[in-house]
Design a protein around this ligand. Structure first.
Ligand code: NAI
Length: 329
């Protein structure tokens, strides 16, 4: 089977090449281009394509992949909100994903963002480098005995609940389903109660119609003053302009974002002044209590190994015609 790997970074290639010999039936070819309607034609002669969170796997892209006789879309990530599943189904293109490669990788990054924005570590780092050892502007608050509100308690949210418990926090959660493994130390509450009682709010639900702009000016108003908000899930869970309004109202002690609405791979790589000047992400960066990272929550050695293993196992299951729990339907 021939797979075209889109949006290849050196670290992707290294992790996939490291295990490739375990899958002699699979032939991998790599391109740096991301998958979208312009680059879908590159799939000519391939049976499958491998894409990522940043790829545009909408109707147009899938129509072209179908024309090129691609039968399998391997998402090397958990989320699939960028895939038009109806069109994939219509064309008989099987979609598979990596549902949980390392929940701890993302949860640990969420806590890192919460701590860094609470204690202004980015500011402290720059101050000390400039020989300024004063503490002004660096005061945070203890997490110990404060309340953590976790929205979405699947794999990553559950890992975040365990981390918060380790910090001695009271952990409350909101989810449409309750996770039984957390019942000894997590209290499920309504979204309204979570918003009004939490000192740290961390988002771990997927992006869907029901969660789009879950954090907006109404929900921000329900939060405690001095709350810390962390989003490592998907940018569009938060309505950015409303978040900016909330920051200007001094609602937040800190905001840590690993994902943001305008996210594409090249917003920062291109660093075009024009893009930055007009971007809401740039506006967010102008606030001293906001810390943004570039969708790196998943980026650990263990997670990359797990992504490579599961993706190639998915391809192998496809070749053998096996059903898989990793099918996206
Ligand atoms: P999961 O599927 O295990 O858990 C998601 C949870 O959200 C489930 O418990 C589900 O019931 C809940 N949920 C669904 N609708 C909800 C709603 N309306 N309100 C509250 N909760 C709701 O997913 P997992 O693996 O924990 O991943 C969560 C998200 O993290 C992914 O959807 C993805 O967007 C993001 N992610 C981010 C990464 C990063 O590098 N920053 C890497 C991997 C995932």
């Amino acid at each position: 089977m021939k797979i075209l790997f889109y949006d290849t970074k050196n670290y992707d290639k290294e992790s996939f090449e490291a295990i490739r010999e375990n899958y002699p039936e699979i032939c991998l070819d790599y391109t740096k281009s991301d998958l979208d309607p312009r680059t879908a034609v590159l799939s000519e002669g391939f049976d499958a394509v491998c894409a990522f969170v940043s790829s545009d796997v909408g109707t147009q892209t899938l129509d072209i992949l179908h024309e090129k006789k691609v039968r399998l879309l391997l998402m090397r990530c958990a989320g699939f909100n960028n895939v038009d599943l109806d069109t994939a189904k219509k064309h008989g293109i099987r979609v598979m994903r990596v549902p949980g490669y390392s929940p701890e990788a993302v949860a640990e990054h969420a806590m890192a963002l919460a701590l860094a924005s609470n204690r202004r570590l980015y500011k402290a780092y720059n101050k000390v480098r400039e020989n300024d050892f004063s503490l002004s502007g660096l005061m945070g608050f203890n997490f110990f005995e404060k309340t953590a509100g976790i929205i979405g308690t699947g794999k990553i949210g559950a890992a975040m609940c365990r981390i918060c418990r380790g910090f001695g926090m009271k952990v409350i959660a909101y989810d449409v389903y309750q996770n039984d493994s957390l019942k000894d130390f997590v209290e499920y509450v309504s979204l309204e109660q979570l918003l009004s009682e939490s000192d740290l709010i961390s988002l771990h639900c997927p992006l869907m119609d029901s969660t789009y702009h879950l954090i907006n000016i109404e929900t921000i108003r329900q939060m405690k003053d001095g709350v810390i908000l962390v989003n490592t899930s998907r940018g569009a869970l938060v309505k950015t302009n409303d978040l900016i309004e909330g920051i200007r109202m001094h609602k937040f002690a800190g905001v840590g974002l690993d994902v943001y609405e305008e996210e594409t791979n090249n917003v920062f790589e291109d660093r075009s002044d024009e893009i930055l000047e007009h971007s809401t992400t740039a506006r967010l960066l102008s606030f001293p209590n906001v810390m943004i990272t570039s969708h790196q929550g998943f980026f650990t050695k263990e997670a990359l190994e797990a992504i490579a293993n599961t993706t190639l196992q998915n391809a192998s299951d496809f070749i053998e015609g096996k059903d898989s729990p990793n099918d996206v339907k």
